[in-house]
Design a protein around this ligand. Structure first.
Ligand code: BG6
Ligand code: MG
Length: 217
């Protein structure tokens, strides 16, 4: 019997290093409020929806804006972000991801995406990975941002796999909390200091693939 029947991938920071482009785009917006957004601040923005990110930044910058300007800043951030990722392509798939997708296919493990991003479909397509994903649950489909479990619960429902048989790959603290709240196995990618309640943690995807892929499925 397989240990897990389904793998749910986060996108930004797991499959591709777009986290740095989100950061650059938010840094530009924060500078309008005279706030120098640090990479440490950026950890709080990972896994969080676009509008929640802006709320967090406004709080950090101790700034209040007119409600009518809110959408304008969101649109500007996304335009800058799309500009940064213009040349994204298969060369940007993080090491170990492609091998894992092939491995999961061979094992007949279902594959889904669980991302807060509204750009998820565009990015998967740029990377040439769309066909690997049976379902995509993204920022256009969920109402409640990570750490709420909605994104992963919808993924498990859409794939017809009970949460206990789902495994989540995540690089954000909020995403790990979300996966655990959904009753799933949570695999964290990154520095263990960042996470609270993960089941496993690897510094990067490649070390997971080289050591433990077989153990997890
Ligand atoms: C998540 C990122 O995947 O998507 C967050 O980790 C980002 O940093 C969120 O804010 C929303 O992304 P987008 O592409 O809809 O602005
Ligand atoms: Mg992420």
């Amino acid at each position: 019997m397989k240990k897990h029947d389904c793998a749910l991938f986060d996108l930004d920071g797991v499959i591709v290093d777009t986290a740095k482009f989100h950061f650059l785009a938010w840094k530009k917006i924060a500078s309008i409020f005279n706030y120098d957004l640090t990479s440490n601040d950026n950890e709080q923005l990972k896994g969080v929806s676009r509008s929640d990110c802006l709320q967090i930044i406004l709080k950090m910058a101790n700034t209040v804006i007119e409600p009518s300007k809110f959408e304008k800043y969101l649109a500007q951030k996304n335009l800058d972000y799309l500009d940064f990722i213009q040349d994204l392509g298969p060369k940007d798939i993080l090491p170990g991801i492609f091998e894992t997708l092939i491995f999961l296919n061979k094992r007949k493990v279902k594959i889904g995406l669980g991302s807060a991003s509204k750009n998820a479909e565009v990015i998967l397509s740029k990377l040439g990975l769309t066909s690997f994903f049976e379902i995509v649950i993204d920022g256009n489909k969920v109402k409640k941002s990570k750490p709420h479990p909605e994104v992963f619960l919808r993924g498990s429902l859409a794939l017809g796999v009970v949460p206990e048989k789902c495994l989540v790959f995540e690089d954000s603290a909020s995403g790990i909390i979300s996966a655990k709240a959904a009753g799933m196995t949570a695999v964290a990618i990154g520095n263990p200091d960042k996470f609270l309640n993960e089941d496993f943690c690897y510094p990067d995807f490649l070390s997971l693939v080289q050591n433990d892929l077989d153990k997890l499925f």
